[in-house]
Design a protein around this ligand. Structure first.
Ligand code: APR
Length: 313
């Protein structure tokens, strides 16, 4: 169990995440921070009061001040604006860069040894801001995207085949967006390659739905974006770190030559343990997958170019 995990942003993703972390007792203290007065305090107290019923002793604390995150072992950033219908994740770039810069200056001051997981969108670009502003080693600053994209892919495959989601193993690479690359090639159901179970057209349909998985939820909700599956995905990453499980999970990480990519955040499979990113797993890609990955990487590169004028560390 960690001593303290902090969640910045007490909105849909942040509050649901804090609840999941508390219920799993992944830290003695879970701190929730938001700029809206009363919201982190009220939600934290409500979660604390669920402890006796649900059977956890996690001390959930809420505040508008960053004192509460002091010396956190891990900080998850969910602060920022979510998408509205018709918006792409990239439309959030300007507003969320400003928020991310402010949040990361506070993390740098209060929790200099923390591992930082970024959730705010556009994810890969926000990871760059976090890396630059905190100045932390890149092994300790990474983003949640692939676990969520993979979870969506697994959900749709399981639904199509009417089998347990637990037996669907899949991987999604690339940026968190419409250019993500679901690796059909490495996808199996109880060890059976997906291509032996579904025809190419069905697989393509599922891949397309996965790419647009976030937008599908936004269309329904209208006033915000997904939060149950995103918070569950962060929880899996946090658990692998806290318990040093060394799970191999797709995360948005800063590449230094792996996959022929240098100095960019891209979603690839990594080993997650107590030291954060412990290893980037380089897997063989088909020519088509490599091409798709390059399109996705270009997308991230363009956002990072735009950032150069926005970030003031
Ligand atoms: N510091 C702290 N909290 C902030 C700040 C800030 N500078 N700016 C905004 N917030 C808070 C808001 O007050 C709000 O409570 O961030 C919270 C965001 O919550 P929601 O609007 O409910 O958004 P959510 O669905 O949780 O998504 C958050 O995660 O998945 C991504 O695209 C999504 O970027 C978005 C982020």
């Amino acid at each position: 169990m960690f001593h303290k995990i902090s969640v910045i942003g007490a909105g849909n993703v942040g509050a649901t995440l804090a609840q999941r972390l508390a219920e799993k007792e992944l830290a003695k203290f879970v701190a929730l921070v938001d700029i809206v007065e009363g919201v982190p305090q009220g939600k934290a107290l409500d979660m604390l009061e669920a402890g006796p019923v649900y059977g956890y002793d996690t001390r959930v604390m809420g505040s508008n001040s960053y004192d509460v995150i002091r010396n956190s072992d891990l900080v998850v950033i969910t602060a920022g604006l979510p998408r509205k219908p018709g918006m792409s994740r990239d439309d959030l770039l300007d507003a969320n860069t400003k928020i991310m810069t402010d949040v990361c200056q506070n993390i740098r001051r209060e929790a200099p040894n923390a591992t930082v997981i970024v959730v705010s969108n556009p994810l890969d670009a926000m990871c760059h801001v976090a890396l630059q502003v905190t100045g932390f080693p890149h092994q300790r600053v990474f983003g949640m995207a692939g676990v969520l994209d993979t979870a969506r892919f697994r959900t749709f495959i399981a639904e199509e085949l009417d089998v347990s989601v637990e037996q669907v193993q899949a991987f999604v690479l690339g940026g968190h967006g419409d250019t993500m690359v679901p690796l059909v090639h490495y996808t199996t159901v109880a060890g059976i390659p997906l291509s032996k179970l579904l025809d190419a057209a069905s697989i393509e349909r599922i891949v397309d739905r996965t790419r647009k998985g976030g937008a599908e939820i936004v269309q329904y909700l209208k006033t915000g974006s997904a939060f149950y599956a995103p918070s569950a995905s962060v929880t899996e990453m946090v658990e692998s770190i806290v318990k040093d499980k060394k799970k191999i999970l797709p995360c948005s990480v800063y590449l230094t030559g792996e996959y022929g990519i240098n100095g960019l955040y891209v979603g690839v499979p990594v080993k997650l343990g107590k030291n954060g990113i412990e290893k980037v797993m380089e897997i063989e890609l088909s020519d088509a997958e490599r091409k798709q990955l390059n399109v996705s990487v270009e997308d991230v590169r363009q956002n990072v170019e735009k950032l150069k004028t926005l970030v003031t560390a």
